[in-house]
Design a protein around this ligand. Structure first.
Ligand SMILES: [Zn+2]
Length: 443
């Protein structure tokens, strides 16, 4: 098997959904099915050290073809798992050929409709070929588009020793979608100087900034009594907790009222009885100072509410989740510059932007592997409407040009070049069939 299309179609049909409630690692053993397959395929390409470790990570090394010394070792990283939000079993990929801009109704559930007016970037795709699932599952392009691209790039580089590059490391992680993708990664073994996750959205995007994230847990201890004899005594934790939530700002500082670089305080859990209530929040901002500000506000609200309940107490616990990768990437400007140059040379207009969320790269950057995120063409993540556009990828096909002075740049260019190959194959396959929508046969 050599084509990126075959790889993509095969990988999306392997169920690799992760599980947020599991304590094992990886969270689901079925993720190993894909990891094992990837390691075998890498071995078949001649990558001798390709293997799956005991935690389900795939590591592999494409040897250097350069005589130069001191060439940085770069890593390409994608995750094998898919979101627990939607089932990933029995995925049936479909191509909607030469899309005319009308609603795309998915055949297995007519309630699942891709509409131009409701879907980011879809208005750019009229006339293009759109790949979706069939309506009852996600597609799994997040992140199997990235996996297939890296695998195809590896195949190309292993077969074209004339392409000069330094050592390239490949890393496939489990459990990204449940926030545990970097939990057991061995960066010493990986041995890369910097990396790129290939897990982004629209063509040309480079994401070098993520949220900084904390979780806050407020445990409220009220005073419980028999309700028939509670006068002057009962301090109901349920009411104390509700009061705290009710005093959160209404028109700001929430996910539903913020965008761009604005952060928020977001209650995600309320649980308890009149004696004790636990409130769970996630706090997001692009700076640590902004996080602290929001946590101070939440503390102040809690204190104000508790002032009305003199015998009740509260514990306020802050748990660090991840930090904005830009803090680290700013110390390594060439990591971004190389990627932007590679995209420009591929004929793309790079779009540098921030993510209102986190990636494996957020943690990897702070663990010592500076790691921004590069587009893979994935859209409508974590939903049954997930799609990729063939032509988005094709645009990058023009990237096969003279070698770049930096080997890091060269490698990135080739990743996108091969992504383009994939789309061309998809298109020619599409042209062999009649009709606007059809189901692909399993390859
Ligand atoms: Zn992803």
């Amino acid at each position: 098997m050599t084509s990126v299309l075959e790889r993509f179609l095969t990988y999306v049909q392997i169920d690799t959904r992760s599980d947020p409630n599991s304590v094992s690692f990886p969270s689901t053993s079925k993720q190993r099915h894909l990891s094992n397959q990837l390691a075998v395929e890498l071995q078949e390409l001649g990558i001798k050290d390709a293997h799956v470790d005991e935690h389900g990570y795939v590591y592999a090394t494409i040897p250097s073809t350069s005589e130069k010394i001191n060439v940085p070792v770069i890593c390409f990283c994608s995750h094998v798992d898919t979101s627990p939000d939607v089932t990933g079993a029995n995925v049936q990929p479909i191509i909607h050929y030469k899309w005319d801009g009308s609603d795309i109704v998915l055949p297995d559930d007519s309630k699942q409709v891709l509409r131009m007016s409701e879907m980011n970037d879809l208005d750019q795709q009229v006339g293009n070929d759109i790949i979706t699932a069939s309506g009852t599952t996600l597609l799994g392009a997040d992140n199997k588009a990235g996996v297939a691209e890296i695998m195809a790039a590896a195949a190309y580089l292993m077969q074209h020793a004339e392409v000069k590059h330094g050592v390239i490391k490949i890393l496939f992680t489990p459990d990204e979608e449940v926030g545990r993708g970097t939990e057991k990664v061995d960066l010493v073994k990986l041995g890369a100087d910097f990396g790129y996750t290939i897990d982004g959205e629209a063509i040309g995007t480079l994401e070098d900034e993520t949220f900084s994230a904390d979780a806050v847990k407020i445990t409220i201890y009220g005073v419980s009594t028999h309700p028939g004899y509670a006068i002057g005594k009962l301090e109901n934790a349920v009411k104390i907790g509700s009061d705290i939530i009710a005093r959160l700002p209404k028109g700001s500082l929430s996910p539903e009222t913020t965008e761009g670089k604005q952060g928020f305080i977001h209650p995600v859990q309320i649980e308890g009885i009149q004696e004790k209530v636990v409130l769970g929040f996630i706090i997001r901002d692009f700076t640590t100072a902004g996080l602290v500000e929001k946590e101070d506000l939440l503390r102040k609200i809690t204190d104000e509410v508790l002032a009305n309940y003199p015998h009740s107490t509260a514990e306020f616990d802050v748990h660090e989740q991840y930090r904005n990768m830009k803090v680290i990437l700013d110390q390594h400007p060439s990591v971004i510059e190389n990627a932007l140059t590679a995209m420009e040379r591929a004929g793309l207009n790079p779009i540098q932007r921030s993510i209102r969320g986190g990636t494996d790269g957020s943690r990897l950057s702070f663990m010592g592997l500076p790691c921004p995120n590069i587009f893979a063409g994935e859209h409508a993540f974590h939903s049954k409407l997930e799609w990729v556009s063939v032509q988005d990828m094709e645009k990058s096909r023009r990237s096969n040009r003279q070698p770049l002075p930096s080997l890091g740049r060269k490698s990135i260019t080739f990743t996108h070049h091969l992504h383009g190959e994939k789309s061309q194959i998809l298109r020619s396959l599409a042209r062999t069939k009649n009709g606007d929508i059809y189901r692909l046969e399993r390859v």
